[in-house]
Design a protein around this ligand. Structure first.
Ligand SMILES: [Zn+2]
Length: 328
């Protein structure tokens, strides 16, 4: 059964406690905070034949079928490959499911994740199912970036913001999950994951802390002219592009903030704070603003999975980065 996260308690009471359910819910919030698990719990609760208070019983025929992945009244719509789009013909298949009659308990539940991976055609095909509720179907839409959804899709759902855990909740959950980690590593992972505990676990598994150390080391060598932009770009082939752009965007923002405030407490993580301070002191503000604009624009393309030449893009980034310090 899907894990129940302590930071979702209040939301769970409210959702599972409803006597009447909406036709469609939009569960939104940052990635890595457990929205999928929440949707799966709700799916189980909605289909359970003998619910135990707010929770699914885990014992009935429906719960067993769900656990086995063979429940006839559920449908999960997601991209066929990670990071790819949900195609319009996939949505048409779903629409066919929505109009069918439920086989077990008189209710069907559909889960769609992430909703923003549907293009305009796919979204429009889904609108029909959102507009004309047929049978007793509940649609659970999961979105990490609700700003990218069509307004017509959003307006047809009950929108439900999913909470980010507090730092204390994240830390205690992460320590339980990965008891071997030191307090320092736990804090570092949560910082790198922007406070999303499930992302922190994923980052731990992917070795992101070591990647970060490698990237920071590379940036320092670049500024000391011990390595060239293209050689450095190629050496980072194990680090994901969105992660690299997140970091460089953060660094340029920290630089600008320090230029404006002169506040040494606002220099970010210790691993880069000296470098940020040095660059902020040595670079003109227009240059920092220009690289920040460029980084934000490229980051958007990276997030939108535009077809990018990774090495050329990183090289362009590092050439600009290396030329930051200069006459003011
Ligand atoms: Zn049950």
């Amino acid at each position: 059964m899907a894990e129940a996260f302590p930071w979702q308690d209040a939301l769970w009471q409210q959702l599972a406690g409803r006597t009447q359910h909406a036709h469609a819910y939009l569960l939104h919030g940052p990635a890595g905070i457990g929205k999928r698990a929440l949707a799966e719990r709700l799916m189980a609760r909605l289909l359970c034949l003998k619910p135990d208070g707010l929770n699914a019983c885990g014992q009935c025929k429906s719960c067993h079928l769900l656990a086995a992945g063979t429940h006839p009244d559920t449908y999960v719509l997601e991209p066929e490959e990670a990071d790819k789009a949900i195609r319009v013909d996939q949505v048409r298949e779903l629409v066919g499911f929505v109009v069918q009659t439920a086989q077990l308990a008189g209710r069907k539940v559909v889960l769609i994740e992430p909703v923003e991976s549907m293009n305009i055609n796919a979204s429009n095909a889904l609108l029909k199912s959102l507009e004309e509720p047929s049978g007793n179907t509940v649609l659970l839409l999961i979105s990490h970036q609700p700003s990218r959804l069509l307004p017509t899709v959003k307006s047809r759902c009950v929108q439900q913001a999913c909470p980010l855990p507090s730092p204390a909740q994240s830390q205690s959950w992460l320590k339980q999950k990965l008891p071997d980690l030191s307090q320092q590593v736990v804090e570092e992972l949560l910082f790198l994951a922007n406070g999303s505990p499930l992302t922190a676990v994923q980052m731990h598994e992917q070795g992101v802390i070591a990647q970060r150390a490698e990237v920071v080391e590379g940036v320092k060598k670049l500024l000391k002219q011990q390595i060239g932009p293209s050689q450095l770009a190629e050496s980072w082939n194990s680090v994901s592009l969105p992660l690299l752009f997140d970091w460089f965007c953060q660094w340029s923002q920290l630089m600008l903030r320090y230029q404006l405030s002169g506040d040494e407490a606002g220099l970010g993580q210790a691993d880069m704070s000296k470098v940020i301070q040095y660059l902020a002191d040595k670079s003109s503000q227009p240059k920092v603003l220009a690289i920040q604009d460029w980084l934000l624009a490229q980051r958007q393309k990276v997030i939108n999975k535009a077809n990018l030449n990774r090495i050329l893009l990183l090289e362009a980034l590092l050439v600009q980065w290396a030329s930051l310090p200069g006459p003011r």
